[in-house]
Design a protein around this ligand. Structure first.
Ligand code: PLP
Length: 426
């Protein structure tokens, strides 16, 4: 007898089919019988260059035969050193220190602990974390605490810490968000330790987009009041928004930057939290009580670091930006088609990410995000058409790997149009 496998974000009580994938290549997933499924969301936003990129796979194979794992507390290895050197070409020079972990959630936990450690070690009692409405930063307790509250974390509410929440800067109401941020920063009774945001686009919270100008202004308010600015680039990093990191578009150098997913090309788990010198220096001492108290067993796993080094090599040697630009242009063309559809709204694009809502007759889409009855129907529709798309309720979004062919993109677009027409009047 086999044990039951409990899948993430899956209501097994609904008896949803769980298809099995046997192999993958580029933007395609294949079932054992040869059925091809186009991966239009990069397998939960992780894949950047496509599945089983030969350079990354070769690096993993080579490294795993040489050094598989070594404790990283008090020890180091060449793939980690190489990655530290390589990442300096991709990050602002001010982010001079990197700390490894294993997932987006842990990168965020590390960022929050660095921020609190910074203030604690300086003898300042700042503890409050500011967050943006509708944010998602992961599913561990700290990451959930700084994310939106809702049905998905209601049961765990007693474990979550309090935060200060600024409104999402909706078009036309941006100033109110900035004023709110400034009011929090000015509060001398409870001065904030840090603000954490997803730059330019909020992912799981509904693919909600705001402008680089607002990102820049939020960063500058934080700087003015000595509040640490944390950029969670777990989704946006590695090209999704059109630049390697979203912060580049706003000319923002955050105090702390979190990355994961695309760091290894999305092949194997690895995360980095990069920090400015002041944050590192606040932990640097001859006093062991001031060290950064964080670790996990697989911190900087050599195989994962080798995969990340291969990813950097692909960025340097292959026309990655050109591929990204191709997707951006082709989404734009498709958007023009979509504008003709009467039953969609909120059409928006941020780099390689395209999103919109299909009218489900339920009104304000944010109120039914995830819980919209249309969500599972759309999921099933796309699955039946051999497309991996996983709408957030009635919010459909595309986030393909950069290697996707024009032909595959067109297939995805056609199925999306079919879905919009199919569910018209729902
Ligand atoms: N932060 C953001 C912005 C994310 O989109 C995600 C995951 O989607 C996370 C953090 C959590 O990453 P992980 O699922 O690797 O823990």
């Amino acid at each position: 007898m086999s044990l039951n496998i409990w899948h993430p974000f899956t209501q097994h009580g609904l008896g949803e089919p769980i298809p099995e994938i046997a192999r993958a290549e580029g933007a395609a997933l294949y079932q054992a019988d040869g059925t091809k499924i186009i991966d239009a969301i990069s397998s939960w936003w992780v894949q950047t260059h496509g599945h089983c990129h030969p350079t990354i796979i070769a690096a993993i194979q080579e490294q795993s035969a040489k050094l598989d794992q070594i404790i990283f507390a008090g020890w180091t290895h060449e793939p980690a050193r190489e990655l530290a050197e390589g990442l300096s070409d991709f990050l602002p020079k001010s982010l001079a220190h990197i700390f490894f972990s294993d997932s987006g959630s842990t990168a965020v936990e590390v960022a929050l602990k660095m921020a609190l450690g910074y203030w604690h070690n300086r003898g300042d009692a700042r503890q409050k974390i500011l967050v943006m409405e509708h944010s998602y930063h992961g599913d561990t307790i700290g990451a959930m605490s700084v994310g939106a509250r809702g049905v998905f974390n209601q049961a765990y509410a007693p474990l979550l810490f309090d935060v200060g929440t600024i409104a999402f800067p909706e078009a036309g109401a941006e100033q109110a968000t900035l004023d709110q941020l400034e009011a929090f920063c000015r509060d001398s009774d409870s001065p904030p330790a840090a603000l954490i945001v997803e730059p330019l686009i909020l992912g799981a919270g509904g693919m909600k987009i705001y402008s680089p100008a607002i990102l820049a202004q939020m960063a500058s308010i934080c700087r003015a009041y000595d509040v640490l600015f944390i950029a969670d680039e777990v989704m946006t990093g590695w090209g999704r928004t059109g630049s390697v990191f979203a912060c580049e578009q706003a000319d923002v150098e955050p105090d702390i930057l979190c990355m994961a997913k695309g760091l290894t090309g999305g092949v194997i788990p690895l995360a980095v939290t990069a920090a400015k010198d002041a944050i590192y220096q606040s932990h640097l001492s001859e006093d062991r009580a001031r060290m950064f108290f964080h670790s996990s067993s697989f911190t900087a796993n050599p195989i994962a670091c080798a995969a990340a080094n291969a990813n950097l090599g692909i960025w340097r040697e292959e026309p990655v930006q050109q591929r990204i630009n191709g997707i951006i242009a082709s989404h734009r063309e498709f958007s023009n088609e979509l504008k003709r559809k009467p039953n969609i709204s909120g059409l928006r694009q941020c780099g390689t990410i395209l999103a919109f809502e299909i009218d489900d007759g339920a009104g304000d889409y944010m109120s039914d995000l995830y819980m919209s009855d249309l969500g599972p129907l759309l999921l099933g529709f796309f699955r039946d058409h051999n497309i991996l798309l996983r709408p957030l309720g009635n919010t459909v979004y595309l986030m393909p790997p950069y290697c996707i062919s024009r032909g595959d993109l067109n297939t995805v677009y056609a199925v999306i149009e079919e879905a919009i027409d199919h569910f018209r009047g729902c």
